[in-house]
Structures are given as structure tokens and as C-alpha cells.
Design a binder for this molecule. Structure first.
Ligand SMILES: Nc1ncnc2c1ncn2[C@@H]1O[C@H](COP(=O)(O)OP(=O)(O)OP(=O)(O)O)[C@@H](O)[C@H]1O
Length: 279
């Protein structure tokens, strides 16, 4: 747990729409700063006045009932919503102090800094090796073959997959099991050394053992990366997340240290949701 990020008491928890800022001391740990973020799909407003600070080298879980805007919010952090023609956004998303929606922010550079892992493992239809090596080559991170080999090994080791695949790097990524494919996708995401990894229900298509492996991995990866993950699994949020944000109908109802939120939620809606009364 990051000791500099303070825990909010019920009295300190801001009301909906107010910024979830922390004290000055915590500012240098800030990774992503979101202020007054609104998003519409045509006329349907999916995100309402979100303001939240996300902290470096922590896992933040986004929880809430289906359709409350978790994935939409996640996609605001790497501008993936730009690909949807009906989307209109207002508000500020800053990463390390830079407005990611500014004209001069290069989308390709942004996607290098913010990796994404999806619900369903989606390896490229290429070899295990190429799944990892492709993006670093595109970003000119490696030129010599030896550097590329090293980078692939490091990413696979960091994703906890090296020992299982080191003797079959030329086999297709799609030949691996579902859990291994998801770790391959994580290795692919970290190969370009991003600052942030977004995960959209990364274990919901996996069996319990593969799920536990990915959860352990998240715990290790947060030493190097900031992780923001969407999950429907309350136990998973409680196990992996340092911070949890509870979304409801496009708003952030509560955001706090996970242990505090799960033991003493400040809002009745949060309590009802985490105790399984709805959702
Ligand atoms: N591409 C889209 N076009 C139009 N509306 C969309 C689109 N994607 C999501 N929405 C709408 O935006 C709202 C929020 O959806 P979103 O998928 O972000 O919620 P969620 O909390 O991630 O849901 P789930 O937990 O079911 O994945 C919903 O009303 C949804 O119908």
C-alpha cells in the first residue's frame, strides 16, 4: 500500500461530482487526474461529471453494476472512445500532468504509455515471439536481434509465462490455453514499457486457477506499472486493489482505500452493492 496516499473518512469523502483529490504530499504519486469528465453516446450520457485521481504503482479497481460506465471510463484513459463516432466528451484527463486529449498529444505515443488488456484474450494471429516483439519494433525500441530476444524474454518472464513457452516461441499465440493467452496479452502490453495498464475484466473468461495466476501477477506488476482494472468480482477487487471506485449510473459514488470501502462503506448505495443487494 502506498503510505502517502491517505485514506478518506466518511466525512472527507466528497459528494458526487466533487473532485476526489488527495493532500499535497500525495500529488507526486499522481498518475492520472480526471476532472469534470462527461461522455455522451449520441444523446445518452454515460459518464457524469467524474473527477478522480489515480495513483502510480497501485491497483485501482472500478466496480459497479452492469452499464454503469466502467468500461467507458477505462476507454477514456487511452482515448479508445475516439474510435466510436457517436461519442462526445467534455472535461480533463491528465496523465503525468499532460492533457491526453490535447491536439498535440500523439495517439500512438499515448497508446504506448497506456497498455490495455481485454476481457477475452486476443493474441495476434502470429507466433508467441511476434506477439511480443511486434510493438517494440514498431516503436523503434529495438533494432538488433539480440535486443529483441532479450526484450521478449523479459516481457514473458514478467508476465509469468517464460518457463511455459520458452521452447515453443515460434508456435502461434492462439495455440496456448486461455489463461496463457491472457498472460501473453499482458506480456504484449508490458513489452513497450507503458506507465499504465488498463484491464477490462481480465479474468472473467478464465478458470479459477488461471484467475488466481493473473491476480498474483497484478500484485507483482504494480511494482512497475499503474493498473486500473474493471471487475464484477467483489472478492477480486478486495484481493487485488489498493483503491476501489464504485460507479453507479455513470457517476462515481465512492472512491477509497479498498479495505476501508469494503469494511466501512461511506455511502448506502456502495454498501448495498458490495453486500450483493443489487447489481
Ligand atoms: N459503443 C456504444 N454505443 C452506444 N452506447 C454505448 C456504447 N458502449 C456503451 N454504451 C452505453 O453506455 C453505458 C455504459 O456502458 P459501459 O459498457 O461503459 O458500462 P459497464 O459498467 O462497463 O458495463 P458492463 O459491466 O456490463 O461491462 C450503457 O448505457 C451502455 O449501453
Amino acid at each position: 500500500m502506498n503510505s502517502q496516499a491517505p485514506v478518506m473518512t466518511e466525512q472527507e469523502t466528497p459528494s458526487v461530482g466533487q473532485p476526489y483529490t488527495r493532500n499535497e504530499q500525495a500529488c507526486h504519486d499522481l498518475s492520472i487526474r480526471v476532472r469534470d469528465l462527461n461522455l455522451w453516446y449520441s444523446k445518452n450520457q454515460a459518464l457524469k461529471n467524474l473527477s478522480i485521481d489515480l495513483f502510480q504503482k497501485n491497483v485501482t479497481a472500478l466496480i459497479g453494476p452492469s452499464g454503469c460506465g466502467k468500461s467507458t471510463f477505462l476507454r477514456c484513459l487511452n482515448r479508445m472512445n475516439d474510435l466510436i463516432p457517436s461519442v462526445r466528451t467534455e472535461g480533463l484527463v491528465e496523465m503525468d500532468g499532460l492533457d491526453i486529449n490535447a491536439q498535440k498529444m500523439d495517439e500512438i505515443a499515448l497508446r504506448r504509455r497506456v497498455g490495455m488488456v481485454f476481457q477475452k484474450p486476443n493474441p495476434f494471429p502470429k507466433s508467441i515471439f511476434e506477439n511480443i516483439a511486434y510493438a517494440p519494433r514498431m516503436h523503434d525500441m529495438v533494432s538488433r536481434k539480440v535486443d529483441q530476444d532479450e526484450l521478449v524474454e523479459r516481457a514473458l518472464r514478467d508476465a509469468g509465462l517464460w518457463n511455459e513457452v520458452k521452447d515453443k516461441l515460434q508456435e502461434p499465440g492462439t495455440s496456448l490455453s486461455g489463461g496463457q493467452q491472457q498472460r501473453l496479452c499482458i506480456a504484449r502490453a508490458i513489452a513497450v514499457q507503458p506507465d499504465v495498464i488498463l484491464m477490462d475484466e481480465p479474468t472473467s473468461a478464465l478458470d479459477p486457477i488461471s484467475t488466481a495466476t493473473i491476480e498474483d501477477l497484478m500484485d507483482k506488476l504494480k511494482e512497475q506499472f499503474t493498473i486500473v482494472t474493471v471487475t464484477h468480482n467483489m472478492q477480486q477487487a478486495a484481493r487485488v486493489a489498493d483503491y476501489t471506485a464504485f460507479f453507479h449510473l455513470g457517476e462515481i459514488i465512492e472512491y477509497n482505500d479498498t479495505k476501508v470501502m469494503f469494511s466501512t462503506p461511506a455511502k448506502k448505495k456502495t454498501e448495498d452493492y458490495i453486500s450483493g443487494r443489487y447489481g
